[in-house]
Design a protein around this ligand. Structure first.
Ligand SMILES: Cc1cc2nc3c(=O)[nH]c(=O)nc-3n(C[C@H](O)[C@H](O)[C@H](O)COP(=O)(O)OP(=O)(O)OC[C@H]3O[C@@H](n4cnc5c(N)ncnc54)[C@H](O)[C@@H]3O)c2cc1C
Length: 369
C-alpha cells in the first residue's frame, strides 16, 4: 500500500508529487494517458517533428514569481530556453500591431519535456502508472483511519492511505461520484473551504472554456518560402482580437532547435480557436471542416500558403482554460482526500499554469499536515 496516490500527471499532480516525495512519502502517480504532462501537451507527428498543442509557453520569472525556482531549475537542466518571439495583435481593419511581450520560455523538444523532467526517478509500471484511467474510488478501513481504493480501467487496483486527485474538475466530480453516497457526509470536513456545498457540488460549479487546436506542417522552409509579410520570420505569435474563429496563431517550429547539420525544422503552425467557435463543434463527429475553416481564415490574413499544409491535425479540448474557478488552492473532499488543478484559483494569476503549480503545492501541504 502507498502512503499517497496521485491521480493525474499534469503540472498540478507532478508538483504535488515532488513535494510529497521530498518529505519522504511513498508516492505512486497514475494517468489515463500514455504520455505525461496533461495539457502541457506535445504531439509527435512524424520523425523528429513535435508540435505543442496545449501550453504554448512558460512564463518568465517576473511574470510568474511563484514559478521562479522551478523556472530556474528547468533552465539549468536544459529543459527550458528563451523563445525569441515577436508578439502581434490583429486589430480592426486587419491591422497587425506589434505588442510588448514579457520574455517567455519554451522546450526545444516540446512542452511535455517539462513533465518528463519532473517525473525523473519514477519507475514505469511501479511508481509511475501510465494508461491507467481511475474509474472508481472508495474508502476503506476504520472511520478514524480511512484509506482509499482506486480502481482503474482494466481492473488494476491501487491502495493508498491518502489520495490527491489532480484532474479537471468535471472529471474529478465523476470520480468522486463513484464513492458510496455516505462517504463525504460521514467524514469530518475539518478543512473544507465551503462546507455548505458537498465536494461534488463544488466541483460541478467549476467551468472551463473549450478550444479547438489545429497543428499544421508545411515541409522544409526552403521548399516553402513563406511570405510572412510584417511577421518576424524567426518567431511570431498573433492574438486575434477581431476574428470569430481564431484566438491565437503561432509559428511553433521557431521553438525547435536547428539540427547539428544546420538544417532548420519543418515549418509548423499552431492555431487555437476562439471559445464560441469551439462550442459550435463540441459534439461534432467530424472536426475536419472546423480545421479547414481555421486554416482558410488565417490564409486570408497572413498568406495563401497557410491553407495548403502538407499535413494537419485537429485536437478538441473540452476543458482548456478555466472560466469559473474554485475559489481556493485545493478542495479538501475528506481529511485524506484532496482535489486540485488549474481550476483552483484562490487569487488571480496572469498565467493558468501558475494556478496548477500552486494547487499542486497546496494539495501536498494538505496531505502532509
Ligand atoms: C490549448 C491550450 C493552450 C494553453 N496555453 C497556456 C499558456 O500559454 N499559458 C498558461 O499558463 N496556460 C496555458 N494553458 C493552460 C495550462 O496548460 C493548464 O492550466 C495546465 O497545464 C493544467 O494543469 P493541471 O495539472 O491542472 O491539469 P492537466 O494538465 O489537465 O492534467 C490532468 C491530468 O489528469 C489525467 N486524467 C484525467 N482524468 C483521469 C483519470 N480518471 N484517471 C487518470 N488520469 C486522469 C489527464 O490525462 C491529465 O494528464 C493552455 C491550455 C490549453 C488546452
Amino acid at each position: 500500500m502507498w502512503d499517497i496516490a496521485i491521480i493525474g500527471t499534469g503540472l498540478a499532480g507532478l508538483s504535488c508529487m515532488r513535494q510529497l516525495k521530498a518529505s519522504g512519502q511513498q508516492v505512486c502517480i497514475l494517468d489515463k494517458s500514455r504520455g505525461l504532462g496533461g495539457r502541457m501537451a506535445t504531439r509527435r507527428v512524424t520523425g523528429p517533428i513535435r508540435v505543442d498543442h496545449g501550453l504554448r509557453y512558460w512564463p518568465s520569472e517576473a511574470s510568474a514569481p511563484e514559478l521562479a525556482p522551478l523556472t530556474h531549475e528547468l533552465i539549468e537542466a536544459g529543459v527550458l530556453k528563451p523563445w525569441a518571439v515577436s508578439a502581434y495583435e490583429l486589430q480592426a481593419d486587419d491591422r497587425l500591431v506589434q505588442v510588448e511581450q514579457d520574455p517567455v520560455y519554451v522546450a526545444s523538444s516540446g512542452m511535455s519535456a517539462i513533465a518528463k523532467y519532473l517525473a525523473q526517478g519514477f519507475v514505469p509500471d511501479e511508481t509511475l502508472l501510465t494508461e491507467y484511467r481511475a474509474i472508481d474510488i472508495s474508502p476503506y478501513g476504520q472511520p478514524d483511519d480511512i484509506g482509499w481504493r482506486i480502481e482503474c480501467e482494466g481492473g488494476k487496483v491501487v491502495m493508498a492511505r491518502k489520495c490527491a486527485i489532480a484532474i479537471p474538475a468535471a472529471q474529478a466530480a465523476d470520480l468522486l461520484a463513484t464513492c458510496p453516497a455516505e462517504t463525504f457526509s460521514e467524514m469530518v470536513l475539518e478543512k473544507s473551504s465551503t462546507p455548505s456545498a458537498s465536494p461534488i457540488e463544488q466541483l460541478r460549479a467549476v467551468d472551463y472554456y473549450p478550444r479547438l487546436t489545429v497543428l499544421a506542417g508545411y515541409g522544409q522552409p526552403d521548399k516553402n518560402p513563406l511570405d510572412m509579410g510584417k511577421l518576424n520570420p524567426d518567431g511570431w505569435m498573433v492574438t486575434d482580437t477581431i476574428g470569430t474563429s481564431t484566438e491565437w496563431i503561432g509559428l511553433d517550429s521557431s521553438k525547435r532547435a536547428i539540427a547539428a547539420d544546420g538544417s532548420k525544422p519543418e515549418t509548423t503552425l499552431v492555431i487555437h480557436s476562439k471559445t464560441g467557435f469551439a462550442e459550435k463543434y463540441l459534439d461534432a463527429g467530424d472536426l475536419q471542416p472546423a480545421a479547414s475553416a481555421l486554416l482558410r481564415a488565417n490564409a486570408r490574413k497572413y498568406g495563401d500558403w497557410i491553407a495548403q499544409p502538407s499535413w494537419f491535425h485537429i485536437h478538441r479540448w473540452r476543458d482548456a482554460v478555466v472560466r469559473q474557478p474554485h475559489p481556493a488552492d485545493t478542495l479538501i473532499a475528506a481529511p485524506t482526500l484532496v482535489c486540485g488543478g488549474d481550476w483552483c484559483v484562490s487569487r488571480p494569476v496572469a498565467y493558468p499554469i501558475t494556478a496548477a503549480y500552486r494547487s499542486g503545492q497546496a494539495m501536498a501541504q494538505a496531505l502532509i499536515t
